[in-house]
Design a protein around this ligand. Structure first.
Ligand code: ADP
Ligand code: ASP
Ligand code: MG
Length: 392
């Protein structure tokens, strides 16, 4: 039996008309003699609206209630899809994650799926049904509803594909596939036909929100080929797969940029062993993700400067934590909002010298100042002023 997992993002189910279109796409797979499992996100904008409501109720809204609240968006979308399929003459029903169940571990707001119970769904499929499963949610050991991080229904689809050993996993979205950069920002962006997990993971982590980073990690660990295509336009999409499946001579696969980064600089930090650990330990304890880090060599052997980036929403918390940290001494603390990380990504960089130089030279020609640099085997990232990201 060939199972296909079809995932629809919020943009694909954003209106009643779009949901009707989605139901048609789902029906077309029945004609192809596939057993179908559908995973859906909430209608676009709904999750953000629910977050606003939680904030209006309390600035310290409980994490477990936050997950219960946010999970409702997916329930609405799934029952509307199922309702339309029934209207079209199919046997279909919605399945909330707890009804399978989909089991998660970890903290509320950011849990990870570790098991998907197959029995009820297999039974339902064998009886000719098309199950519409809520993405983005699961339940934990305490039988409470959890969510798995923003954009998480991508990961739900991939984990469902894994547990059901699906033949195909297709992510339907509002663009025709993965592009060299965000096609909604730059119309010169080109569609990528095939991309490795490693490159897609870097692109997703560095701002290409078309796929959620965790979902790519899950796909890579489980060797699941993922297709990304459009819900609105009939065209070939992008295949995300393992490196050895790709014959390509491109050096750079994609470019991405982040929007909400901030830079933190500690000037004149007393330089002694363990100082970086003393700075970062309380940040990590408070779930603050530190990204690019640079430490200058201290000129006099006593003091050093340390710069790192965080998400802007963590800026206030970070300032407080650093100012209250009794284990470190420094002269000044500088905080800067409105910085952006620009990255170029490509496995071809490993074997091609001079890419770094060319990137830096291009930025210099445009008089764009580089504030921080970080590199890995397959990417180079630089931190620049946000206003410079739009320079042609
Ligand atoms: P969905 O609702 O289907 O989950 P998302 O809004 O999460 O869709 O992701 C799709 C969006 O990702 C696109 O509309 C596009 O603006 C954005 N995007 C950012 N970078 C890229 C990229 N490199 N390729 C394609 N889309 C991208
Ligand atoms: N509805 C959730 C969100 O907005 C999950 C998703 O879109 O994948 O983050
Ligand atoms: Mg998404």
């Amino acid at each position: 039996m060939k199972i296909v997992v079809l995932k629809f993002g919020g943009t694909s189910v954003g209106t009643i008309e779009k949901i009707k279109k989605v139901a048609q796409i789902i029906g077309s797979y029945r004609k192809k003699k596939y057993k179908i499992i559908v995973v859906s996100s909430a209608m676009s904008g709904v999750t953000n609206e629910l977050i606003r409501k939680s904030y209006a109720i309390s600035k310290n809204f409980s994490d477990s209630e936050y997950d219960t609240l946010l999970s409702t968006g997916e329930q609405v979308a799934c029952s509307l899809i199922a309702g339309r399929l029934i209207h079209n003459g199919f046997k279909s029903r919605s399945w909330l994650a707890w009804q399978l169940p989909i089991l998660t571990s970890g903290n509320y707001k950011n849990s990870r799926i570790y098991h998907v119970n197959k029995n009820k769904i297999l039974n339902y499929i064998h009886k000719g049904g098309i199950p519409i499963i809520t993405g983005f949610q699961g339940i934990n050991q305490n039988q409470r509803i959890t969510t798995i991080g923003r954009g998480g229904s991508d990961a739900s689809a991939i984990m469902i594909a894994k547990f059901f050993k699906a033949h195909r996993c297709i992510i339907y979205t509002d663009v025709e596939g993965v592009y060299t950069t965000d096609p909604n920002k730059l119309n010169k962006a080109k569609k990528i036909k095939i991309i490795s997990y490693e490159e897609m993971l870097e692109m997703a982590s560095l701002g290409a929100k078309v796929m959620q980073p965790v979902s790519i990690q899950d796909a890579r660990l489980n060797r699941i080929n993922v297709e990304v295509k459009s819900s609105f336009k009939k065209s070939s999409g992008t295949l995300i797969t393992k490196r050895t499946n790709i014959i390509s001579n491109k050096i750079i696969t994609g470019i991405s940029s982040t929007q909400n980064d901030s830079k933190v600089s500690l000037i004149g930090v007393r330089d002694k062993p363990g100082v970086a650990a003393s700075i970062f330990k309380p940040l990590s304890k408070n779930s603050i993700n530190v990204d690019m880090v640079v430490q200058n060599i201290s000129a006099n052997g006593k003091e050093t400067d340390l710069t790192f980036t965080i998400k802007t929403e963590d800026l206030k918390k970070t300032k407080k934590i650093i100012e209250n940290n009794k284990n470190i001494k420094f002269r000044k603390l500088f905080l800067k909002k409105d910085v952006a990380k620009i990255s170029i990504i490509g496995v071809g960089m490993v074997t091609t010298p001079g890419v770094t130089f060319r990137m830096f030279q291009t930025l210099a020609n445009k008089k764009i100042n580089i504030q921080v640099i970080s590199t890995s085997e397959i990417k180079i990232s630089v931190l620049i002023d946000k206003k410079d990201t739009k320079k042609p």
